[in-house]
Design a protein around this ligand. Structure first.
Ligand code: GYE
Length: 333
């Protein structure tokens, strides 16, 4: 008897629960989550802040961005900062305000000065990608940096200068530096000293020549008026080394023989100088960064997380390389 009563009351309780649930007002159907936009290159407008047009490397870098954008169907807004930091910051603000611009890519002229615009871009929800040159700090305010290990480029240059001067009694080297405050100028100088000083090289003169042939020549001419006690010249880019080569020739010294010359970039001009026998070594810095940058921009817009640094692959080239002519013929820039 007792068992029957328990079963009956259980049945009642169960029936009550089912009734209660059944009667609960149906939750209004939740509006379906809007399908997450999947960005494609054709949807994307990139605002690119270029440094300016200071030489062969920069020309190849700008062409890489313009040509690759056309190939991929990307709408590219190209801003030439004319090597003026204030103009570059103004361009950055412009792209933050521009409703068409989805992602901002920048080749920073200097390592500092980006605090406010990076914060504003983040507040505006616009991803920022650094191309070619790094900045100091603010990692949380940009998606990734795609570019070279400039310190390593300097180290390679120092090591090769040691090899070139191994039989030289004195090892006085002059350094032609890029624009003050720029990451490649700071880092290549640091890397060069790291390895060069190991073999007793002394950097007896060092001055900016702003990446240009003209200033590279003028600075070297001024130094040659003071002394000819120089065994090597380290040009932080090809153009400045070309300027030094002209100045040395006009001073009656034989470039790459009396004075060893090393440059960074490995543009077509550097290969010609090596084929002419006036440049000993060029350390490559790859300007064809656009495909990797656009890939990162698309990934960022689609919410992917990227490594903070995507290094570019680079080599070293030698005047004495028996295959130099062949290599030079195959170069893209
Ligand atoms: O070495 C130089 C250019 O940022 C890596 O800028 C670039 C440097 C390059 O002016 O030629």
């Amino acid at each position: 008897m007792k068992v029957t009563r328990i079963v009956i009351s259980l049945v009642f309780v169960l029936a009550f629960i089912i009734a209660a649930v059944g009667c609960a007002p149906a939750k209004p159907a939740q509006p379906a989550e809007p399908a997450k936009k999947v960005w494609t290159y054709k949807d994307m407008t990139v605002g690119f802040l270029q440094t300016g047009s200071e030489g062969g490397w920069r020309a190849a870098n700008s062409a890489s961005f313009k040509e690759t954008a056309t190939q991929l169907g990307i709408n590219l807004k190209f801003y030439d900062s004319q090597n003026d930091l204030a103009k570059q910051v103004a361009g950055f603000q412009q792209f933050i305000q521009d409703p068409e611009v989805d992602v901002i890519v920048m080749s920073p002229l200097e390592v500092t000065g980006w605090d406010q615009v990076l914060k504003d871009a983040k507040a505006a929800g616009k991803p920022v990608i650094l191309s070619d040159r790094r900045i100091d700090g603010f990692e949380d305010y940009y998606v990734t940096f795609i570019g070279a290990d400039f310190v390593e480029e300097g180290r390679k240059s120092g090591t090769e200068m040691c090899n070139l001067l191994k039989d030289s009694a004195s090892k006085n080297v002059w350094e032609l530096v890029g624009n003050v405050g720029a990451a490649p100028a700071i880092d290549r100088g640091k890397g060069f000293r790291e390895t060069a000083e190991k073999c007793g090289i002394k950097v007896t003169k060092s001055q900016t020549a702003n990446w240009s042939i003209k200033e590279g020549k003028e600075v070297t001419e001024a130094w040659l008026k003071e002394t000819k006690d120089v065994q090597g010249v380290f040009g932080q880019n090809d153009e400045m080394a070309f300027g030094a080569i002209e100045a040395l020739k006009e001073a009656g010294l034989v470039p790459a023989v009396d004075v060893k010359i090393i440059s960074v970039d490995a543009t077509a001009g550097a290969f010609q100088a090596m084929l002419d026998g006036t440049l000993n070594v060029t350390v490559e810095c790859n300007p064809l960064l656009a495909p990797q940058v656009y890939e990162a921009a698309l990934a960022a817009l689609n919410g992917e997380t990227l490594p903070k640094w995507i290094p570019s692959q680079e080599s070293v080239f030698f005047m004495v390389d028996p295959k130099l002519k062949e290599i030079a013929a195959g170069r893209k820039y």
